[in-house]
Ligand binder design. Structure first.
Ligand SMILES: [Zn+2]
Ligand SMILES: [Zn+2]
Length: 272
């Protein structure tokens, strides 16, 4: 069994607030339980959407901190709205209706025990000293590798393979998420239910992942190789015809020279 008592005794609450101050949530535990950085299209697309709506500028590789899903108080609930990028989308983002700060993100893969907080898109007084656990979804990150990235932190290009999902779930900071706990307040999923509606943005799915781009490049290279081969072939045919032309000409010349030679030597053979 886990030891919830020792953990609960050390808990200090923390507040996650929108940048205009219209809404906030206070969590029972102000300590982040895990820290990852995400290169996914959805993080970027939502940040671009929020920025268009008046939110802060998107960052290139957002910091994602996980907090125990235990919310003690919610202020300005009427100013919070739930948003999904698409109808089938997994993540529900809780935003301020005025300033489009992101207060929290719910994802089914979090077992309902934790939620995401993005300090690049809100203000807070929480403890974010947790060391970085992983870079995730990096196959969707277009920019070059940053020399400042931590070299010994695992980097997951995707979670396409089961072993990637297993390895990710075995990261020490993620293991305790599976343990159920009794919240002092409400879970984020309860808050989402209280918001009644979750707006579906229906944004187009971005297909430009690095594997997609690599496939496009590979296809273009294949076309280019095929064109080059055709060109070589055409040149060979042209060269061959030139060659046979000149060969035929020189043969013609030598033949006519031979003919002339025979004529001089033996007289006009045609007349006889
Ligand atoms: Zn706000
Ligand atoms: Zn992401």
């Amino acid at each position: 069994m886990t030891q919830p008592n020792s953990e609960q005794r050390s808990e200090t609450s923390g507040t996650i607030r929108c940048l205009c101050g219209a809404c906030s949530i206070t969590v029972a535990n102000n300590q982040a339980s895990c820290y990852v950085r995400c290169g996914c299209n959805d993080c970027r697309q939502f940040a671009q959407y929020a920025h268009l709506k008046g939110g802060v500028s998107p960052v290139s590789l957002p910091r994602l901190f996980y907090f125990k899903s235990d919310i003690l108080t919610v202020e300005g609930k009427e100013n919070i709205k739930g948003l999904k990028l698409r109808a089938g989308g997994a993540s529900t983002r809780l935003c301020c209706k005025n300033c489009y700060s992101v207060l929290a993100v719910d994802h089914p893969a979090h077992w309902g025990n934790v939620f995401l907080m993005l300090p690049d898109y809100c203000s807070h007084d929480c403890d974010l000293t947790r060391p970085l656990s992983a870079y995730i979804n990096m196959s969707e990150f277009y920019a070059e590798e940053d020399p400042k990235w931590e070299p010994y932190v695992p980097l997951f290009e995707s979670f396409r393979f089961r072993r990637q999902r297993m390895q990710y779930n075995l990261l020490p900071d993620r293991i305790p998420w599976r343990d159920s706990f009794k919240p002092k307040g409400i879970r984020l999923s309860d808050l989402i239910k209280q918001l009644n509606t979750v707006e579906i943005l229906n944004l187009n799915e971005s297909k430009k992942s690095i594997p997609d781009l690599e496939e496009q490049i590979e296809n273009l290279n294949r076309d280019l190789r095929s064109l080059k081969n055709q060109l070589i072939l055409m040149r060979e045919i042209a060269d061959a015809s030139e060659f046979s032309k000149s060969k035929a000409q020189s043969e013609l010349i030598s033949l006519s020279e031979k003919l002339l030679h025979y004529e001089k030597r033996f007289g006009d053979t045609r007349s006889s």
